[in-house]
Design a protein around this ligand. Structure first.
Ligand SMILES: NC(=O)c1ccc[n+]([C@@H]2O[C@H](COP(=O)([O-])OP(=O)(O)OC[C@H]3O[C@@H](n4cnc5c(N)ncnc54)[C@H](OP(=O)(O)O)[C@@H]3O)[C@@H](O)[C@H]2O)c1
Length: 251
């Protein structure tokens, strides 16, 4: 049974990358607080199962198989939310991957995927949701960056570039969309326990990052609570950026 939390209950929230990790945890958390969630990711079996779980618990959810590198599919996801539930209150641009490697290994296919998902995917989410939010004269973009959007480390140049781009795009968006009463939040997490390190294709780098995550990572629902915090502020309060880490993480 859903509870009723001011600023969350009744809102329609579209979440990309809802099939695992942060997106999945956020779908569960917001639904438990009374939000309607619209779930997008490529793995349809996963988002279908999560939808069934949420509906069984008394929540509202639908799933739309979505590849965020395809603007048409992202538009279909957002339009499904509006057609089914009448509006979109929050666009959580969360889908991402992190195939770390040193530049000298020339992992060009990894660079392309990272840029396509982490940057273009966010832009397509903005393109899909913005016209609806302008019409509504309300809405909230929550874009997921990273500590890596603030710092670059060896093997992380391309990932950091994409997460820096998310911050730059979000700040530009913030300035442009004020007049439609639209809020913009950047969330930059430190290490959280998800499937993210599995996107690393170089075994030695995967081991290093895996060991780091093993040591430091927080549960994914710490991110979900940050999303809920930003959403639940009064409409005239726009939380523009939150950077958070595990207390023990030094990087
Ligand atoms: N975990 C961390 O420590 C951490 C820290 C800072 C920032 N982040 C950011 O948090 C976000 C979520 O990552 P996570 O940690 O939850 O990792 P995750 O468990 O690997 O989840 C990534 C999600 O992105 C989706 N995705 C990947 N490619 C996609 C595509 N082409 N189209 C649609 N969805 C796609 C995946 O779904 P499908 O594979 O089913 O499509 C999955 O649901 C990412 O932007 C990541 O960069 C994570």
């Amino acid at each position: 049974m859903s509870s009723h939390t001011p600023g969350i209950s009744g809102k329609v929230v579209v979440i990309t990358g809802a099939s695992s990790g942060l997106g999945e945890a956020t779908a569960r958390h917001l639904s438990a607080l009374g939000a309607t969630v619209v779930l997008g990711a490529r793995r349809a079996d996963r988002i279908d199962a999560l939808t069934a779980e949420i509906v069984k618990a008394g929540g509202n959810a639908i799933a739309v198989a979505t590849d965020v590198t395809d603007a048409v599919q992202v538009q279909r996801l957002v339009d499904a939310a509006v057609e089914r539930f009448g509006r979109i209150d929050v666009m959580l641009n969360n889908a991402g991957l992190m195939p770390h490697s040193p530049l000298e290994r020339r992992k060009i296919a990894d660079w392309d995927r990272t840029i396509d998902v982490n940057i273009k995917g966010v832009l397509y989410g903005i393109a899909a949701a913005l016209p609806h939010m302008q019409r509504q004269n309300s809405g909230h973009f929550i874009n997921v960056s990273s500590v890596a959007g603030h710092k670059v480390r060896p093997a992380g140049a391309v990932y950091s570039a994409t997460k820096t781009a998310v911050r730059v795009i979000s700040e530009g968006l913030r300035q442009e969309v004020k007049r439609w009463n639209i809020r913009t939040t950047i969330i930059s997490p430190g290490s959280l326990a998800t499937e993210l390190p599995q996107s690393i294709t170089e075994p030695d780098i995967a081991k290093n990052v895996g060991d780091f995550y093993q040591e430091y990572a927080l549960p994914a629902d710490s991110f979900a609570r940050v999303v809920a915090f930003a959403m639940s502020q009064p409409e005239d309060v726009d939380i523009n950026e939150i950077l958070f880490r595990p207390t023990r993480q030094d990087l």
